[in-house]
Design a protein around this ligand. Sequence first.
Ligand code: MG
Length: 164
Amino acid sequence: MTTRRLVIFDLDETLVHATETKLSYEPDFVVEPYFVYLRPYVHELLSFTANRFDVAVWSSSSTKYVMEVTKQIFGEKYPLKFAWSVEKCVQKVDTKTNGYVYIKDLRKVQSQGYIVENITIVDDSPEKIVRQPRNHLLVKSYQGECDDVGLIAVRETLETLSLL
Ligand SMILES: [Mg+2]
């Protein structure tokens, strides 16, 4: 077990917006069949977290998508402890919609050597972090807005954590 804090980033609507229909401006990259738009201030945030925390990714998208998107965003520059996809999520029926919700149960991360108390997950979907709400740093859902400042708020909150 390590005492370092682990920051886990969700991908869709947290760090990127991926859409099959192109927006009114050019995407940052393409992962077929999606046009992918990086959220403003994503690189500022990642260079900040790389210096202070262990960093990982956990998305409820497919493994192939997660691998391609993380390669584009993090590359060699920002090493990741792991990049998990839907396969590590717990699938539950959402009684409100009768659809499925994919829960990210942070107890699974203990196998990577982190205690749950030292984990912060940055995610736009509270329903996915329902088992450990105290470890959830909620970020507003990003839909491709050019003037979005959600990641600035995330950085400020993480800055407070890094001082603890
Ligand atoms: Mg999301």
